[in-house]
Design a binder for this molecule. Structure first.
Ligand SMILES: Cc1cc2nc3c(=O)[nH]c(=O)nc-3n(C[C@H](O)[C@H](O)[C@H](O)COP(=O)(O)OP(=O)(O)OC[C@H]3O[C@@H](n4cnc5c(N)ncnc54)[C@H](O)[C@@H]3O)c2cc1C
Length: 198
């Protein structure tokens, strides 16, 4: 399997092309680290919709979970085009000018067709992967879904084929003429802390 995603028209940014990466490893890392993702699609009413939701990655597939009656669950019945993004923010970047304030981040954007998982075993593996993201071993320390709960849950699969990563790191960019301005600049680190996993 290639270590890179193929670059396509829709994964080609218009700006800051140097910050884009098509390597799979950082995309996997961000998806595994981000606590949730946002899924954009055209909703049942025909207008664009973005839904924040929990996700888990197994190999080259991202799995989502939703109620069968939710717009995600309903759209998945047919297979639907989505754009999914997950982001980890690493820092708030303070510059001397308003213009150069920024954020340090790592983000992944995935385009593709999402489908409902119908195979019972794949469904179970995806549900277990979602629970394991809460805490390693949690699937052993809690009850599996019963038939009613399983029937109410739509598990949706999105293959990781058309994706890109963008990242910014480091200090603020400053214009030379701003260097002597009397304003403080620098980076405030951002970390997500989960305390007391069960
Ligand atoms: C936390 C955060 C804060 C940001 N703040 C700003 C801001 O204030 N102003 C600003 O202009 N930009 C900001 N960005 C960057 C923004 O996400 C876009 O990258 C930027 O708007 C440039 O888009 P574009 O027109 O070059 O790409 P587009 O032409 O809009 O995108 C084309 C394709 O390029 C790829 N791509 C573009 N952006 C990303 C990305 N972030 N991650 C992965 N793939 C990407 C995707 O495949 C996308 O489909 C921020 C990003 C993050 C994660």
């Amino acid at each position: 399997m290639s270590a890179l995603f193929n670059q396509t028209d829709r994964t080609t940014p218009r700006r800051s092309k140097d910050r884009i990466d098509y390597a799979k490893a950082p995309a996997y890392q961000i998806l595994d680290e981000a606590l949730f993702c946002d899924v954009a699609f055209v909703g049942p009413g025909g207008s664009p919709q973005v839904i924040p939701t929990f996700h888990a990655r197994l190999g080259n597939t991202v799995y989502l979970h939703g109620s069968t009656g939710s717009s995600l669950g309903l759209a998945a019945k047919e297979g639907f085009d989505v754009c999914l993004t997950a982001t980890v923010v690493d820092g708030l970047v303070y510059a001397k000018s308003w213009f150069h304030h920024s954020m340090n981040f790592r983000s992944v954007i995935v385009h593709g067709k999402a489908t409902l998982v119908t195979d019972a075993h794949d469904n179970w593996l995806a549900m277990r992967a979602l629970i394991e993201r809460m805490s390693i071993g949690r699937s052993e320390r809690s009850r599996e879904p019963n038939q009613k709960e399983g029937a109410a849950a739509a598990i949706i699969a999105l293959p990781l084929e058309e994706a890109s990563v963008k990242a910014r790191s480091g200090p603020p960019v400053e214009d030379p003429e701003d260097e002597d301005l009397p304003y403080r600049n620098g980076v405030a680190e951002v970390t997500t802390v989960v305390s007391g996993r069960l």
